[in-house]
Design a protein around this ligand. Structure first.
Ligand code: ATP
Length: 482
């Protein structure tokens, strides 16, 4: 009878021949299965694997070398590791503690719960009865972040992972989870799972570093504990944040980083503080020029701002004449320093100016500087509270934008570009208690990175650029100075 003719109400009767198996073979198979499961369990649990390896290697070494020699070798290894940790903590972290921590957490926290986590987050795909789980490729750790690399299933995008980042953080017991693309590997996604938030602690000023002008100024701490550097040469920088968000700390972190270059004449800062000098006055000794508005000026309160910006345009024009056909990017030198124009509240120059003549002069000069200045060593760094186009029409001319705490979620797109909030830049959720925290873009990474700028007090500002204090000599009566 053909299969198509089998009727449901007349089941096929099958009588298999009995197969005889010896009892010892059944027991052996059962034991082999148990042993295999145990080995898989050990292989999946790094702590068990490490423990087992240490025991086995220890026993073999004891047999071969004897106890005294074994203890001697172990002691030497421990001393070398301790010395490494004390002398080169960063290298020790990169070479030893980071990989070990990543391996342990990769196995214990992530691989163990991986399938369940992917399933409950809706990141698995079932086709024809087979469930596909995105494979976890690698886990690395710093003291604050676990970076887990995952190969996405065909058809998935980074946004699929970003949309469930809160679920992943909850499943793995971390405080937050961010998704990052991996440069030139479009099928990979890196999950940054925040174990603790290093940005709740104040960030101290970074030591001024002479290479900063080329390598980028060290101005902020990123949430993986690394130092975030800001490139000044060939750049314009816009800082946006609600009132009290810490825009001042960004400006002062930059000025602190520039101090060695200001001292040796390679950088000149021209400061404009339309709030009557309230923010920038403590550092006036570092500025080559300082305009803070003058209510007694016959030409008007804002005339001084227009003068300084037009002078910067003059420098720009003369450098363009000289460098035309020679280079496409000016190199700062003592003969031709980098001019850094710092403006504390840009809106006071673009949106709220009462004097129409001054407003026109300022807008025209700012537009010229922002569109042509950076190649010839005239850069603009501006801070603003409100990023809307009617307040700051030339917002898009700033290549680097820093977003601190913002009042509304929609403002994130205005500062960091469309989709930045979905990719993790939740500036509207930064609490008031964390001034100086914001999101920035990092070269080679498409997603904004969360950082905290260093906190510079007024006392520190007044001592910036001053020679270190030498203790005063005390005169001892009848003797030499001590
Ligand atoms: N990086 C930081 N770390 C810790 N505290 C900070 C930091 N930046 C600023 N603060 C503190 O937050 C408060 C507000 O800072 P700041 O004046 O710089 O904000 P702002 O954005 O410039 O505000 P506004 O626009 O009103 O001038 C100050 O008390 C300052 O000491």
């Amino acid at each position: 009878m053909a299969l198509s003719q089998v009727r449901a109400d007349a089941p096929l009767r099958v009588s298999p021949q009995p197969v005889r198996v010896a009892v010892w073979a059944v027991v052996l198979a059962w034991l082999a299965r148990r042993l295999w499961r145990l080995l898989v369990l050990i292989a999946r649990c790094p702590a068990a694997l490490l423990g087992l390896s240490v025991v086995v290697v220890g026993i073999v070494a004891w047999q071969v070398l004897g106890l005294a020699l074994l203890l001697g070798i172990l002691g030497t290894v421990l001393l070398v590791l301790l010395g490494w940790r004390l002398r080169w903590p960063d290298g020790f972290h990169r070479g030893v503690s980071g990989p070990v921590r990543g391996w342990l957490r990769g196995g214990w926290v992530y691989r163990r719960r991986w399938t369940t986590a992917m399933d409950t987050a809706g990141l698995t795909v079932t086709r024809n009865g087979t469930t596909y789980v995105p494979p976890l490729l690698r886990a690395r750790s710093t003291s604050s972040v676990d970076r887990v690399t995952v190969r996405m299933i065909p058809g998935q995008t980074l946004e699929d992972y970003a949309a469930v980042s809160d679920r992943l953080a909850q499943t793995f017991g971390t405080t937050d989870c961010r998704t990052r693309s991996v440069p030139s590997k479009p099928h990979l996604v890196e999950l940054w799972l925040l174990v603790c938030d290093p940005l709740t602690a104040l960030v101290n000023p970074f030591p001024a570093d002479r290479a900063g002008l080329d390598a980028g100024l060290p101005v902020a701490r990123a949430e993986d504990g690394s130092t975030w550097r800001l490139r000044i040469v060939g750049n314009h920088i816009l800082i946006v944040g609600a009132t009290g968000a810490g825009k001042g700390s960004v400006l002062w972190s930059i000025v602190t980083g520039l101090t060695p270059s200001i001292a040796n004449g390679v950088v000149k800062v021209w400061a404009v503080d339309p709030k009557g000098g309230m923010e920038l006055a403590p550092g006036r000794h570092l500025f080559d020029r300082f305009a803070h508005g003058d209510s007694t000026d016959q030409a008007g309160y804002e005339a001084g701002f227009a003068d300084i910006l037009e002078d910067a345009v003059g420098v720009m024009r003369s450098r363009q004449d000289r460098l035309r056909g020679i280079t496409r990017l000016h190199t700062p030198s003592t003969d031709e320093p980098l001019i850094v124009v710092i403006v504390d509240e840009l809106a006071a120059l673009t949106g709220w100016v009462a004097d129409r003549t001054a407003k026109k002069r300022i807008e025209s000069a700012l537009g010229l500087l922002l569109s042509q200045g950076r190649a010839v060593g005239v850069v603009v760094i501006g801070a603003v509270q409100d990023p809307r186009k009617d307040v700051l029409p030339m917002r898009d001319l700033f290549p680097t934008r820093i977003a601190l705490r913002l009042n509304e979620a929609e403002q994130v797109a205005l500062v960091l570009g469309p989709g930045a909030r979905n990719r993790g830049a939740r500036c509207d959720l930064i609490p008031d208690s964390l001034p100086g925290v914001g999101y920035v873009t990092v070269e080679g990474i498409a997603e904004p990175v969360r950082v905290r700028f260093s906190h510079i007090t007024d006392n520190t500002i007044t001592t910036l650029g001053q020679p270190a204090r030498v203790p005063a000599l005390t005169v001892v009566k009848g003797g030499a100075a001590a």
